[in-house]
Design a protein around this ligand. Sequence first.
Ligand SMILES: Nc1nc2c(ncn2[C@@H]2O[C@H](COP(=O)(O)OP(=O)(O)OP(=O)(O)O)[C@@H](O)[C@H]2O)c(=O)[nH]1
Ligand SMILES: [Mg+2]
Length: 168
Amino acid sequence: MGLSISSLFSSLGSLVRWSKDQDVRILMLGLDSAGKTTILYRLQYKNIKFQVWDLGGQSSIRPYWRCYFPNTSAIIYVIDSSDQARLPTSRSELLTMLSEEELKGVPLLVFCNKQDVDGAIKPEVISEELGLAGGEKSRPWSVRGSCATKGEGLEEGLDWLVNAIQKT
Ligand SMILES: Nc1nc2c(ncn2[C@@H]2O[C@H](COP(=O)(O)OP(=O)(O)OP(=O)(O)O)[C@@H](O)[C@H]2O)c(=O)[nH]1
Ligand SMILES: [Mg+2]
């Protein structure tokens, strides 16, 4: 299923309306090449203003992620599902981040991106590997498949995230 522009617009539009008096800062994080900027481009294409920080994922840059943690409304964490070799690294970067006091209770959306690639690991398997079901009780979270290049899965994920932000 492709990205429906109108419903993505309406879901983000409701967030924008709702957030008029609030600072909604969404962090987009993940290892390099996971697809963060591709996802952001899809969102910016709608020309909607809400603050998304797309932080580079190279290991040399990762220590600086924490500079952006204060006042975060939600986290979008992007994983390259076709990169089996780096899944453990991606997992440990995520868990390290989630242990930060400043991000306590902040809703987390994980995109298992690049689902279009042959042999991509399924979201259910990645979800299992991340182990959030056992350990993460302090925040709303959701692990979903996406294909950023085709825009698939983004709308559904954002719908979930908008809902989660509004509840916190
Ligand atoms: N096949 C496929 N390729 C994708 C997908 N999403 C992104 N890519 C490609 O993956 C490469 C990296 O994507 P970026 O969006 O630049 O990744 P990034 O997470 O911003 O990487 P850094 O900025 O280095 O941290 C690009 O060549 C994208 O076109 C996807 O869903 N499927
Ligand atoms: Mg990028």
